[in-house]
Design a protein around this ligand. Structure first.
Ligand SMILES: *Cc1c(COP(=O)(O)O)cnc(C)c1O
Length: 395
């Protein structure tokens, strides 16, 4: 194949060349005296990405799902009551895991296309005078529906109720792309993974943990082994790991963090917002709707776009893939066939979005959706052109 398939799924995301090249290194001795020179700064720099003042970050050789399991199994006890909400495939899977790990889950089922029901959380927490609820879970960015939720709002609900429950956040498709302020928002466990905002291959479960969650882990009785905080802490403090770490991914992470700090976190968030706005202009121009029901739920990392009645979203993805060499995200579970998704996180710029919008227009027309060729890509182009802050002279 002459041209790599254009990748617009919301993870794994495109890997910048400097990151990919930095991982092409020989195997090395993970017990050498030199190894901590690579690892110790990674831990410190990750804390900057999560904006943490205390606590620590764990790097598991797993996907993000492993970091979910680690967060639960180290801080809670079997039978603990926890508050969760389900409004998309990823929040659904987290509920499923919590149930399988024998937590007593109070689940709020919300319409897919909405997010964490902050007002309901506030009512439930205020009514829980005996503090039976040990943890509150929130999916920051529901990747299946393109919905972002209000994490500071969840913090406020806890604070207003004077409630001591831990706050557990799934930031797999937000951290590194959307603002995450662990300390300011009082997030106790924030779960992420390498293959989304960090622009790396899959293989690192990244888990940021507050001091409060570390303290909870000292008395928590749930079984854990591979994902144990204690085993990690014993070796991590010296820059080592309790088992063979993913050394090449660490080199990639080094480059990724360098690139993140070079661009600047706030600039990255602004770029994601602007890129996403362009996609939303295109959706409007096509006369289509997002799965996200209201503006406050709009995700700046992924857009799930509803196809008109009678059209199969899976056909749109298949057409884009086989006819136009472009991967879109398919609809999952309840929204299977009803949406297609454009991932716009990590290493993305205006021209890349132009490519995907142009392709989507062709695929939609092939599938019987009456959009005007160029309408969406044109609307995005005009938006990007008129809002660019760069000068034409490179200054
Ligand atoms: C991708 C994703 C996950 C799962 O992560 P894996 O790395 O695939 O295990 C969990 N939650 C959200 C919000 C995601 O986007």
């Amino acid at each position: 194949m002459l041209v790599q398939p254009h990748l617009f799924i919301p993870g794994p995301t495109n890997i910048p060349e400097p990151i990919r090249k930095s991982m092409n290194v020989a195997m090395e001795d993970m017990r050498s005296g030199e190894f901590p020179k690579l690892t110790l700064p990674l831990f410190e720099d990750l804390k900057k990405v999560f904006k943490m003042k205390d606590g620590r970050v764990f790097l598991f050789p797993s996907s993000g799902t492993g970091a979910w399991e680690s967060a639960i199994s180290n801080t809670l006890n079997p039978g603990d009551k926890v508050l969760m909400s389900r409004f998309g495939q990823f929040s659904l899977l987290w509920v499923d895991m919590a149930e399988r790990l024998k937590l007593n889950v109070q689940v709020l089922d919300e319409e897919w296309g909405t997010g964490v029901p902050v007002e309901k959380y506030a009512e439930i927490l205020a009514a829980d005078k005996g503090h039976e609820i040990k943890a509150v879970f929130a999916t920051h960015n529901e990747t299946a529906t393109g919905v972002s939720s209000d994490i500071p709002g969840v913090r406020k609900a806890l604070d207003d109720a004077g409630h001591p429950a831990l706050l557990m956040v799934d930031g797999v498709s937000s951290v590194g792309s959307l603002d995450m302020r662990m300390s300011e928002w009082g997030v106790d466990c924030c779960v992420s993974g390498s293959q989304k905002g960090f622009m790396l291959p899959t293989g690192l479960g990244i888990l940021a943990v507050s001091q409060k969650a570390l303290d909870a882990s000292k008395t928590s009785t749930m079984s854990r082994c591979f994902f144990s905080f204690d085993d990690m802490i014993k070796t991590n403090d010296l820059g080592y790991f309790p088992y063979t770490p993913a050394t090449q991914l660490f080199h990639g992470l080094r480059t990724s963090l360098d690139m993140i700090f070079d661009e600047g976190l706030e600039n990255i968030f602004a770029r994601h917002h602007r890129i996403a706005e362009g996609v939303r202009k295109a959706v409007d121009a096509w006369g289509l709707k997002l799965c996200a029901k209201e503006e406050k739920w709009h995700s700046d990392t992924v857009s799930a776009i509803l196809v008109p009645e009678g059209i199969d979203g899976a056909e749109v993805c298949k057409t884009a893939y086989y006819k136009y060499n472009t991967s879109l995200g398919a609809g999952l579970n309840k929204v299977a066939g009803k949406v297609f998704r454009i991932g716009h996180l990590g290493a993305v710029d205006e021209g890349m979005i132009g490519t995907v919008l142009f392709t989507v227009e062709m695929a939609l027309r092939d599938c019987g959706v009456d959009v005007t060729p160029g309408a969406g890509s044109g609307a995005a182009a005009e938006y990007y052109r008129s809002t660019s802050t760069k000068s034409a002279s490179g200054t």
